[in-house]
Design a protein around this ligand. Structure first.
Ligand code: PMP
Length: 363
């Protein structure tokens, strides 16, 4: 549909299309990287407690409790934390705050195969971008980013490939961009599942935010904290970067997180023991499913995330997707160059994954 009432900027957009949320409870849903395990009981308790008469009052615009919990978990100061309504919002604000708009501005760089929201934000804010091809094996070639640019965005682990870029690579990039006076955004949506289950933030670039003032790491509670339905995310970085994000938020909506979300997010970040347990289970499931698929002849690049990227030995991605769908299993297919033969499969419970593996055997 097109409308004469839309302005030219809105007419030119190609919005992001989120994964399907089917209402049929019988489907095995492995298409949006949600966590198969419930959130911590402490989160549910905190949310119930927050659902009281105080809802008549606006929430804390500074998100103090949430930011303090994130700061404690990651060993940074609350001033180095920005809280947002899901990491999508945090990323959108980061594009607005740190990357120059306008036709003549230097392009922001990100991989040709990565989270498909990045080009959407760039278009929304009028920021030029250039995609940098991943290597044949889907790895990020850091040297290709060491050229003048408007900044860079790297998802680590990358999506939808699941590949992890070593921290040496991230720091080489940060050091180069710092000299250029540009920001490096590291989207760590899946970082908890990296490094063979070593406790986060061992693999996070967050340990370097004191060293490089241009690194912003972006985090979500949707995946490892099992709270996709709550909408909470955050960014960690030098205080000046955080203040830049606050300037965007406060020119848009001072209360992006409601009282319920603030309470739930703070409780989640304070219950590392529970979440380490479910993360370990997901990593184990990922290892088992990857090995079984490889044994059947499927191609599965090594994943550091809560999903795997799978290619059938003979079928194209579209056919493989349809065959799984026929068997009641929903995964994600991106009909794009280089990856059209792959499917992204979120790690479900062991029971869900047994059904998936059975279906793959049949197919
Ligand atoms: N970054 C990446 C790489 C993702 O895959 C997702 C999930 N679609 C997000 C960010 C956004 O997560 P959320 O907005 O739920 O925090």
């Amino acid at each position: 549909m097109m409308s004469v009432y839309w302005n030219t900027r809105i007419r030119g957009l190609s919005p992001y299309v989120p994964g399907e949320q089917p209402q049929d409870g019988k489907i095995v849903k492995l298409n949006t990287n949600e966590n198969p395990y419930p959130p911590s009981p402490k989160v549910i308790e905190a949310i119930k407690k927050a659902a009281d008469e105080k809802l008549r009052l606006y929430p804390d615009p500074a998100c103090t409790e949430f930011r303090e919990a994130a700061a404690a978990r990651y060993g940074v100061k609350p001033e180095q934390v920005f809280a947002g309504n899901g990491s999508d919002e945090v990323l959108a604000f980061a594009f607005a705050a740190f990357f120059e708009p306008g036709r003549d501005a230097p392009p922001v760089l990100f991989p040709d195969i990565t989270y498909s929201f990045y080009p959407v934000y760039a278009e929304l804010w009028g920021t030029p971008f250039r995609t940098v091809p991943l290597a044949e094996d889907f790895s990020i070639v850091v040297e290709d980013y060491l050229v003048p640019s408007g900044g860079a965005v790297i998802a680590n682990p990358n999506a939808p490939t699941g590949l992890f870029l070593s921290l040496d690579g991230i720091f080489a990039l940060a050091a180069y961009l710092e000299q250029q006076g540009r920001v490096l955004v590291v989207d760590e949506a899946y970082i908890a599942f990296a490094g063979g289950g070593r406790r986060c933030p061992a693999d996070s670039a967050v340990s370097f935010i004191g060293k490089y003032r241009n690194i912003l790491t972006v985090h979500t509670l949707s995946k490892s904290a099992s709270l996709a339905g709550l909408r909470a995310g955050f960014a960690l970085g030098d205080q000046a970067l955080i203040e830049g994000l606050c300037r965007v938020r406060d020119s848009f909506n001072s209360y992006t997180l409601d009282r319920i979300a603030l309470a739930g997010a703070a409780a989640a970040l304070s219950d590392a023991a529970y979440y380490d347990g479910i993360t370990e289970k997901i990593i184990k499931t990922r290892g088992r499913v990857s090995a079984e698929l490889e044994g059947m002849g499927f191609t599965v690049p090594p994943s550091s995330a809560n999903f795997i990227f799978v290619r059938h030995p003979r079928l194209g991605g579209r056919e493989f997707f349809a065959a799984l769908r026929e068997r009641g299993i929903l995964v994600r297919h991106f009909d794009r160059p280089r990856i059209a033969d792959y499917l992204r499969v979120s790690m479900g419970s062991d029971g869900d994954m047994d059904r998936f593996l059975d279906a793959c055997r049949g197919i």
